[in-house]
Design a binder for this molecule. Structure first.
Ligand code: NAD
Length: 510
């Protein structure tokens, strides 16, 4: 039996749910003797205990995936499409169940959790078109009697390592295209909210995905390192914080793997003086505090240009008291708790830090946090933030929105372009010419024009620039298909005695 780690300072539910690995189509209890606590953040109590995989347990999952690969890659595209349509139907049917699992372990409000599932489902829907996506090129008569064509083939066993903030959607960004392309998969979800991944495994089995094609191992650095060093894993997709993304990219590639590693963010929203200020204020509050700021595409810095600042702050201040913070299972809650007590305390510490550094605390979220044991923090607004302050430089990843004021559009763009992150950015303006120039000027991977959270739809690809992505290819969409396949070009002719002769020269295209 797994040794149960003590959860420091947190109460425990009467009965702890044990979260096991999923290997070769079945739940597998961990035998490493290591495990970690899973909380209900709204109640502030430990509700589960997740098994942490050893190197041997990761290897067992990889061997299952390796065994399954030969037959899964040979399954016809029409059959794979049929299975994907069934996956789509099952995820759709169970979207409420999945959302409840997310709210219970992550804390985000149920409506937001349903939104997460819906956006993940769009990636599954995209993958239902896999025969079209894998089409190659064909050139007839490249040389006399010779045709040339290109095909894309799967890589083998692929792995995904995912963050706590999107426990269903981010894994879907990875396993859906990986499986559709004919790979098999080992997922290592966040140890903070691991249950959605096991639930997904059950749905995939029900949909007809053969045993071994999709596996889940839980754990920490031990499991991650075992994946990065495993000789049978061909490719690794990672989403998480920048230091770990860099580590995963460097370690994975040095072990010969294809790696895409998406990191953290510090997303700016620029508000020009001609913007619709009410629309900008609605967007800032929604994108700054939605999911308690625990989104890699959350707006964390507002850049007010010219005289936009006072009116904007006034409009945001009007809206803040109306944000309903509470248990995500309650239908009227708009913002839930943070994921752990430790993270809540870290985020809250930035309020004092900001004040000490010279920012103005317009609203202090500690004053509006609901009482009780939950990991709650209310909404915080900091004005007069300067780029040299830690509250500007650090990814706070909580409900803390900063405002900085600049004189001109050029200064605003310079701030964004000098920032080490480059995940998302938004500009609010009524001037189409300026918006178009902005899209040309800005060094960020995902740009919103009067749209605060510009997460691309499933048939484009998602990814940032600079320290927000290590690797060449973005996730899902066309680049996801490219990441999980490799190209092959075939040059072919059929025996024709009329054209056959011995010729020792280099092949000529004539
Ligand atoms: P994290 O980096 O702490 O963890 C991500 C994964 O890495 C988890 O599975 C975790 O178990 C593993 N991990 C943690 N520490 C490790 C270590 N020392 N060695 C090896 N593996 C380790 O990230 P998180 O706190 O779970 O998620 C929040 C972060 O993810 C934020 O920085 C956020 O911006 C980022 N994120 C980015 C995107 C994006 O698309 N760019 C999307 C979602 C989240």
């Amino acid at each position: 039996m797994t040794e149960v780690a003590e959860a420091p300072g947190a109460e425990r539910a009467q009965e702890l749910k044990r979260i096991k690995h999923w290997i070769n189509g079945t739940p597998v209890a961990g035998d490493s003797g290591r495990s970690g606590p899973v909380y209900n953040p709204a109640a502030g109590i430990q509700t589960g205990e997740v098994d942490f995989a050893s190197v041997e347990e990761v290897d067992r999952a990889v061997q299952a995936a390796k065994e399954a690969f030969a037959s899964w890659r040979a399954v016809s595209l029409s059959r794979k499409t049929e299975i994907f349509f069934r996956i789509r139907a099952l995820v759709d049917e169970h979207r409420e169940d999945i959302a409840k699992i997310l709210t219970a372990e992550h804390g985000k409000v149920l409506s937001d959790a349903k939104g997460e599932v819906a956006r993940g489902l769009e990636v599954i829907e995209f993958c239902c078109g896999i025969p079209e996506l894998l089409k190659g090129g064909f050139t007839e008569q490249a040389s006399t009697g010779i045709d040339v064509y290109s095909i894309r083939q799967p890589l083998g066993v692929c792995a995904g390592i995912t963050p706590f903030n999107f426990p269903a959607m981010v894994p879907m960004w990875m396993w859906a295209p990986a499986l559709a392309c004919g790979n098999t998969f080992v997922l290592k979800p966040s140890e903070k909210d691991p249950s959605a991944s096991v639930y997904t495994a059950e749905l995939l089995k029900e949909a007809g995905v053969p045993d071994g094609v999709f596996n889940v191992v839980h754990g920490d650095k031990v499991a991650v390192d075992a994946i990065l060093e495993h000789p049978e894993i061909a490719a690794v997709s990672f989403v998480g914080s920048t230091p770990i993304a860099r580590y995963v990219y460097e370690t994975g590639t040095s072990h010969g793997k294809r790696v895409q590693a998406l990191g953290g963010a510090k997303n700016h929203m620029i508000v020009l003086p001609d913007a619709d200020i009410d629309m900008a204020a609605d967007a800032a509050v929604s994108a700054g505090y939605g999911s308690a700021g625990e989104r890699c595409m959350a707006v964390s810095m507002l850049v007010a240009v010219g005289d936009a600042g006072d009116e904007l702050i006034g409009a945001i201040k009007e809206r803040l008291p109306k944000v309903k913070v509470g248990d995500g299972m309650q239908p009227d809650s708009e913002m839930g708790p943070l994921v752990t007590r430790e993270h809540r305390d870290k985020v809250a510490s930035y309020i004092d830090k900001g004040r000490d550094e010279g920012a103005t605390v317009v609203t202090d979220g500690r004053e509006s946090a609901p009482d009780g044991g939950g990991f709650f923090l209310g909404v915080t607004l900091l004005d007069d933030v300067k780029p040299e302050m830690d509250v500007y430089k650090d990814e706070i990843f909580g409900p803390v929105l900063g405002v900085t004021r600049v004189g001109t559009y050029d200064e605003a763009v310079r701030l964004v372009n000098e920032n080490p992150y480059g995940n998302g950015v938004a500009i609010f303006t009524r001037d189409g010419g300026v918006a178009r120039q902005f899209q040309f000027d800005v060094n960020v991977g995902m740009v919103g024009i009067n749209v605060p959270i510009p997460v691309p739809v499933a048939y484009y690809s998602f990814g940032g620039w600079k320290n927000s992505l290590f690797g060449d290819l973005h996730v899902y969409g066309p680049e996801g298909i490219q990441f999980y396949t490799r190209g092959k070009v075939v040059t072919s002719r059929w025996p024709d005695p009329a054209t056959s002769k011995v010729d020792l020269g280099f092949p000529q295209t004539r």
